[in-house]
Design a protein around this ligand. Structure first.
Ligand code: NOJ
Length: 545
C-alpha cells in the first residue's frame, strides 16, 4: 500500500463540552481547546478529532446539528474555529471534524420546512411513511429506546429516526440532500481541515421498508460518490464509524483502490463482553482469549488491503482502565499495560481525552446526575417495565456514556480547573489524585508513558508497517505478539491480569541482541527473557535483532 501521513499519525479525540471552559458557563469551548494546544503538542499527537461543535439544540450533545456551517454559541464563533485550525496547524496538528450526516436536528431548517406540508420542497430530505393499520409503519427500533418512527400530526405521517426523535434521518436517496452535504463538506475542506470522522456512516445506505439499516446495498456507491464530490480532491484523513464491519466489509471501505475512506473505526473488540440480547447494558465477563483472537484477526486480515483504527475509548464507551484494567491500586500500571497492548499494533491509534492521564468511570447515585440521552431514556424505559433503580444504576455505572464525558481534570483546584462556573456534568470526585498537573509533574506518569509510545511509533517504521504475529494463543493471562520488518522484530509482552503470570519465550524466536523499548515496571537491562515472572499488569516491549 502506498504510504500515507495518516498511517503514521496518532489521533486525539476532543469532546469539546468537557474539555476546557474559558467563559464560566460550565461548558467547554473552542478557546479552551486553543489554550490547551501546547499540552497536546507536548503529548505529541498529530491530529485532533473534534466531536461536533456546530450549532445544535444539544439534545444529543451536538450529534444533532441544526446548522452545519455555524458554530454553537456555547462553544464560540466561526472566528474561534478558524483560529483553532490555524493555531493547530502552526503546531503540526490537523483538525478533523465530526461529520454527522445520517441525521440532522429537528431544528435544522430542512426539517422545519419538511414537516410543514407533504409538498414542501424539503419534504423528501427526510424519510416519511404513512401509518400502517393505524400505527407504526414497521417495528424498527430507535437505538435510544422506543420506536424509530415518530408521528407528525400536521401531515399525518411518520418520520424515521434511528436515534432520538429530535434527530430525524436524512433521505440519502435524494440527490439534492447529497449535493447539499457535499457542498457543506467542501466548505470545511476549503477551510483547511484535516478530514472527517463520519458518524454512524454505515447507516446511510439504509432501506427502511426492507428493514435494512446498517450496511445497506447503497452504502458503498454513496461513499464513492462522496469521495469524488468532496474529500477525494484533498489530502485528508477520513474515518468511518462502522459498527457492523467485518474485515471483509472494512476492506470495502478502506481499500485505497476503491476510493472510499482512509480507515474504519470498528468495534468488534469493544463488544466482546456485551450480552447478545441486551448489549452493553448487561455486560458479561471478558473472554480474554476471544479478545486476543479478535484483535489479531483484524491485524492479519486487513494487512495490505485496508486500514483500521486502534482504540479503547471514545465518548460513547466507558473508561478502559475501569473496564478491563484496575482503576484503584493498579490504576497506573494497568492503564500503561492497556496502552502498550494497543500502541504496538498496526493501525492509527486514537487517544480519547483524559485517557492519557488514566481518567476513570464515575458512579453517581441518582439518574438526575446523568445527562446522556441514551442512559436517561434507557433508565426510564426499563423502570417502566419493572426493572429496579439499583439494577439500572449498576448498568449505567458500567457502560453509560457519561463515564467518558465527565470534565477533564486539569488540576486539583475547584471543579478540577475545568470551569469557574457550574460544570454541565459533575466532575469525577477523584480529581485531586488524577489530574493533568499532577501527571506533568511526575515523570513516571501515564501521560509520559503515552508520550513515549507516540514517540516510539514516530521513530520506528516497524510499528507502523511491520507484520503482526500472535504468540502464546492459549495463554489465559498473557497477550504477546511480534511485529517484524526486514531483519528486525519487536516483541510485546503484557500480563493482562492482576495476578502474576509466567512467560516462556517461544523457541522459534531467536535473536542476537535485545533492547528494552518501554516497560511499566523497573526492569534489569541484562535480565534474560527466556522465562519471566510477570508482575500484575506488567508490560514490556523489546526490540530484537
Ligand atoms: C454515534 C456517536 O458517536 C454518538 O455519540 C451519537 O449519539 C450517535 N452516533 C448519533 O449521532
Amino acid at each position: 500500500m502506498e504510504k500515507k501521513w495518516w498511517h503514521e499519525s496518532v489521533v486525539y479525540q476532543i469532546y469539546p463540552r468537557s474539555f476546557k471552559d474559558t467563559t464560566g458557563n460550565g461548558v467547554g469551548d473552542l478557546r479552551g481547546i486553543i489554550e490547551k494546544l501546547d499540552y497536546l503538542e507536548e503529548l505529541g499527537i498529530d491530529v485532533i478529532w473534534l466531536s461536533p461543535v456546530y450549532r445544535s439544540p444539544m439534545d444529543d450533545n451536538g450529534y444533532d446539528i441544526s446548522d452545519y456551517q455555524d458554530i454553537a454559541p456555547e462553544f464560540g464563533t466561526m472566528e474561534d474555529m478558524d483560529e483553532l485550525i490555524a493555531e493547530a496547524k502552526g503546531r503540526g496538528i490537523r483538525i478533523i471534524m465530526d461529520l454527522v450526516v445520517n441525521h440532522t436536528s429537528d431544528e435544522h431548517l430542512w426539517f422545519q420546512e419538511a414537516r410543514k406540508s407533504k409538498d414542501n420542497p424539503y419534504r423528501d430530505y427526510y424519510i416519511w411513511r404513512d401509518p400502517k393499520d393505524g400505527g407504526l409503519p414497521n417495528d424498527i427500533g430507535s437505538i435510544f429506546s422506543g420506536p424509530a418512527w415518530e408521528y407528525d400530526e400536521r401531515t399525518g405521517q411518520y418520520y424515521f429516526h434511528l436515534f432520538s426523535k429530535r434527530q430525524p434521518d436524512l433521505n440519502w436517496e435524494n440527490p439534492k440532500v447529497r449535493e447539499e452535504i457535499y457542498q457543506m463538506m467542501n466548505f470545511w475542506l476549503e477551510k483547511g481541515i484535516g478530514g472527517f470522522r463520519m458518524d454512524v456512516i454505515d447507516l446511510i445506505g439504509k432501506e427502511v421498508d426492507k428493514k435494512i439499516t446498517g450496511n445497506g446495498p447503497r452504502l458503498h456507491p454513496l461513499l464513492q460518490e462522496m469521495n469524488e464530490e468532496s474529500f477525494g480532491n484533498y489530502d485528508v484523513l477520513t474515518v468511518g464509524e462502522t459498527w457492523g464491519a467485518t474485515p471483509e466489509i472494512a476492506k470495502l471501505y478502506s481499500d485505497p483502490e476503491r476510493n472510499e475512506l482512509s480507515m474504519v473505526f470498528q468495534f468488534e473488540h469493544m463488544t466482546i463482553d456485551w450480552d447478545d440480547e441486551e448489549g452493553k447494558w448487561r455486560p458479561k465477563p471478558l473472554d480474554f482469549k476471544k479478545l486476543k483472537k479478535v484483535l489479531s484477526k483484524w491485524q492479519t486480515e486487513l494487512k495490505g488491503e485496508g486500514w483500521n483504527s486502534l482504540f479503547w475509548n471514545n465518548h460513547d464507551l466507558p473508561r478502559i482502565v475501569s473496564r478491563w484494567g484496575n482503576d484503584k491500586e493498579y490504576r497506573v500500571q494497568s492503564a500503561k499495560m492497556l496502552a502498550t497492548l494497543l500502541h504496538f499494533m498496526q493501525g492509527t491509534p486514537y487517544i480519547y481525552q483524559g485517557e492519557e492521564i488514566g481518567m476513570t468511570n464515575v458512579k453517581y447515585e441518582s439518574i438526575d446526575e446523568y445527562d446522556d440521552i441514551e442512559s436517561v431514556n434507557y433508565y426510564y424505559d426499563k423502570i417502566e417495565n419493572g426493572y429496579t433503580h439499583d439494577e439500572m444504576m449498576e448498568a449505567i455505572w458500567k457502560n453509560g456514556r457519561d463515564n467518558a464525558r465527565t470534565p477533564i481534570q486539569w488540576n486539583d483546584s475547584e471543579n478540577a480547573g475545568f470551569t469557574k462556573g457550574e460544570p454541565w456534568l459533575k466532575v469525577n470526585p477523584n480529581y485531586k489524585d488524577v489530574n493533568v498537573n499532577k501527571a506533568l509533574e511526575d515523570e513516571g506518569s501515564i501521560f509520559y508513558y503515552y508520550k513515549k509510545l507516540i514517540k516510539l511509533r514516530k521513530e520506528n517504521d516497524i510499528i507502523v508497517y511491520g507484520d503482526y504475529k500472535l504468540l502464546l494463543e492459549d495463554n489465559d493471562k498473557i497477550f504477546a505478539y511480534t511485529r517484524s520488518l526486514d531483519r528486525e522484530k519487536i516483541l510485546v509482552i503484557v500480563n493482562f491480569l492482576e495476578e502474576e503470570a509466567e512467560f516462556n519465550l517461544p523457541e522459534d524466536i531467536d535473536f542476537n541482541e535485545k533492547e528494552l523499548l518501554i516497560s511499566n515496571y523497573e526492569v534489569a537491562k541484562e535480565e534474560s527473557i527466556d522465562n519471566l515472572n510477570l508482575r500484575p499488569y506488567e508490560a514490556r516491549v523489546y526490540r530484537l535483532k
